[in-house]
Design a protein around this ligand. Structure first.
Ligand SMILES: C[S@@+](CC[C@H](N)C(=O)[O-])C[C@H]1O[C@@H](n2cnc3c(N)ncnc32)[C@H](O)[C@@H]1O
Length: 262
């Protein structure tokens, strides 16, 4: 067998990395490096401090290790599952994102990559799935558990995405808006980065009775350090930003909203 010599100074080509570089906005960071555990870091990225117990938990190695086991239970308690089962949940979300081979999808606040890795299998070798998260522990798990050739993980903040305007075909942000310090600033960022015609899927909390202004809801927010969203808050915000085909499914303390950018 003959072997083709490879020039010593030429790094192997990683098509997904090339695609990722093409959607990063050089004005928003200085340089990109790979961490020892395999996720990517952008010099100059500004990561918000963990505010509240929920955020602090997400940054611990213990929580990140057991998160994927505990998620179905948490979702069941919040009644967020429309049909039980991790595979059904992922397939339904990918369908709402309109994913197909060759697409570029961003999973904002990806946690341990439990959806990002699946997206990678749907968009295939010609596509790109990027998970972004502010927790190093979660990203370390994501690389270990949910890697694929078309998948990359990036240390970053939902409120300051490093991507170019209108560069992604689809964006999800699941089970995270209620933890994010500036959730509507984060949705604005996702809207900026999404291509016209692209899909967004948001899974977040729903205030009991659908109304956030009630005293017991405020108390619940204070005790849990998580934001509860009113029934029309997320849908209304998207409508105000010009999104169309806005859908909402709510159950218990959870709501899933998906829409198309016009
Ligand atoms: C409950 S996990 C959700 C993980 C996954 N998306 C899922 O649906 O299972 C919430 C994630 O949001 C991340 N997060 C919280 N605030 C963030 C921010 N400002 N920017 C990026 N990620 C954030 C946390 O680090 C954590 O990994």
């Amino acid at each position: 067998m003959t072997e083709t010599p490879v020039a010593a100074d030429r790094a192997p080509v990683d098509p997904a990395m090339e695609r990722l570089r093409s959607i990063l906005d050089p004005a928003r960071f200085r340089e990109i490096t790979e961490s020892p555990t395999g996720y990517l870091e952008l010099a100059g990225a500004d990561i918000p401090s963990a505010r509240g117990l929920g955020q602090q938990l997400m940054r611990t190695r213990f929580y990140a290790t057991f998160y994927q086991l505990g998620r179905p239970l948490g979702m069941r308690i919040a009644s967020a599952l429309e049909a039980p089962g991790r595979d059904a949940d992922r397939a339904r979300t990918a369908a709402r994102l309109n994913l197909s081979p060759g697409r570029t999808v961003l999973d904002i606040a990806c946690g341990p990559g439990n959806f990002t890795g699946y997206y990678g299998s749907v968009v295939g070798a010609d596509g790109l799935a990027v998970g972004v998260d502010a927790s190093i522990s979660m990203l370390t798990r994501a690389v270990a558990d949910n890697s694929a050739p078309s998948v990359h993980y990036l240390y970053g903040a939902a409120e300051r995405l490093p991507f170019r305007d209108e560069s992604a075909d689809a964006i999800s942000c699941l089970a995270a808006l209620y933890l994010i310090n500036d959730p509507f600033g984060a949705i604005d960022e996702m809207s900026r980065v999404l291509k016209p015609g692209g899909r967004i899927v948001l899974l977040t909390s729903l205030a009991p009775g659908g109304r956030r202004e009630r005293l017991h809801v405020r108390l619940l927010e204070t005790l849990s350090t998580m934001r509860m969203f009113g029934r029309d808050e997320v849908t209304g915000f998207l409508r105000g930003r010009g999104f169309t085909n806005i859908n909402q499914v709510s159950a218990g303390l959870a709501q899933t909203v998906w829409a198309t950018k016009s």
